[in-house]
Design a protein around this ligand. Structure first.
Ligand code: DAH
Length: 345
């Protein structure tokens, strides 16, 4: 067989074949057929040893040239087919389709409620103050009119670190700390974590409170009432009803607990025909404690109780969030289940 002729015929033969290859897959099949290990070129070259040694270099050289020509033909055709494939894909691309949105995190409902309350009181001119979670007995109890052996200390189950150092059981110590460092008029709120030795379905050892207080000349119970009523209506809705019930706290006199009309049943006591489980059919839910700051507290911070009066209040943030968002289970706040948290995005 004339190897040179065979070799030369490969190029036009491939040119014809390539014209028919209409996909990258068919092109690859052709490549294997011509340039593969058992392809046409290899088959021709298998005859090389049959040639006289003097003829081999010439045929070898021709084979290289043909191989190069074949490879180039493939590459050219490949570019054409690739461009065609891309164009086809693009013609199916709809630029008006909405994109994939990046995943956004969301603020924790406790954070949302704290920020909301801080902004309501911030707008009223209150300072936002913070203080240590590891507190001493003096600020947590004694300066708040709960001297050692005071029975009111039994109201709170305290996590003690030493005999006189403890995890604060409420945010009320911020009243003491703030009043000690500022002269009246003072108006501040103190958001933060508090700790109690309590853990069941409705109690967690850590939860959040917000303390608020205002001290000046002639601050009255009427101002306490007005401030808290408008605050509660801002957070829970303008038609929320608010009532004050006499109560007792060692650091306020007189003291009150505040109820709002139940935001789950709208104060009706039932949802459809079902009794409301949140207010237990009373139509009211307790939301915070408050009162006029006790003269004993003023004495411990160095304010003259004959000159100044003030009010204070404290509320649980998780409780506000549960009522506001209709969350039935306190544990939701601490499990950090994304399915729960992402509903607040
Ligand atoms: N410290 C109280 C508690 O943890 C809440 C409280 C009640 C704060 C009445 C106050 C207040 O400032 O006036 O239960």
């Amino acid at each position: 067989m004339d190897l040179l002729k065979e070799l030369e015929s490969l190029v036009p033969e491939l040119e014809r074949g390539l014209g028919q290859a209409s996909s990258l897959q068919e092109l690859e099949e052709q490549r294997i057929a011509f340039l593969g290990r058992k392809g046409r070129l290899a088959q021709v070259m298998a005859h090389l040893p049959e040639l006289a040694p003097a003829e081999r270099p010439r045929v070898g050289q021709a084979a290289n040239t043909v191989k190069q020509a074949l490879t180039e033909l493939f590459e050219q055709r490949k570019v054409v087919l690739e461009q065609a494939k891309e164009a086809a894909a693009l013609s199916r691309f709809d630029p008006s389709l909405p994109g994939r949105m990046p995943w956004h995190g969301s603020l924790h409902p406790v954070t949302l409620v704290m920020e909301e309350i801080c902004s309501v009181f911030g707008a009223l001119g209150y300072d936002i103050v913070t203080g240590p979670e590891v507190e001493n007995d003096y600020h947590n109890f004694e300066a708040l009119n709960m001297p050692p052996e005071h029975p009111a200390r039994d109201m709170q189950d305290t996590l003690y670190i030493t005999e006189s150092i403890l995890m604060r059981t409420h945010t009320s110590p911020l009243q003491v700390r703030t009043m000690k460092s500022l002269r009246p008029p003072v108006a501040a709120i103190a958001p933060g974590k508090v700790y109690r030795r309590d853990s069941d379905i409705t109690h967690t050892p850590m939860f959040h409170q917000i303390e608020g207080f205002m001290v000046d000349h002639n601050v009255s119970m009427a101002e306490l009432r007005g401030t808290l009523t408008s605050f509660l209506r801002t957070v829970f809705g303008g038609d929320t009803r608010v009532r004050f019930r006499p109560s007792f706290f060692p650091f306020t006199e007189p003291s009150a607990e505040v109820d709002i009309s139940c935001c789950i049943c709208g104060g009706k006591g039932h949802v459809g025909n079902e009794p409301c489980r949140v207010c237990k059919t009373t139509g009211w839910v307790e939301i915070l404690g408050c009162g006029m700051i006790d003269p004993e507290v003023f004495k411990s911070v160095g304010y003259d109780p004959e000159v100044y009066t003030g009010f204070a209040f404290g509320l649980g943030v998780e409780r506000v969030a549960m009522l506001k968002y209709g969350i039935g289970d306190l544990r939701m706040f601490f499990e950090n289940d994304v399915r729960f948290l992402s509903q607040f995005a």
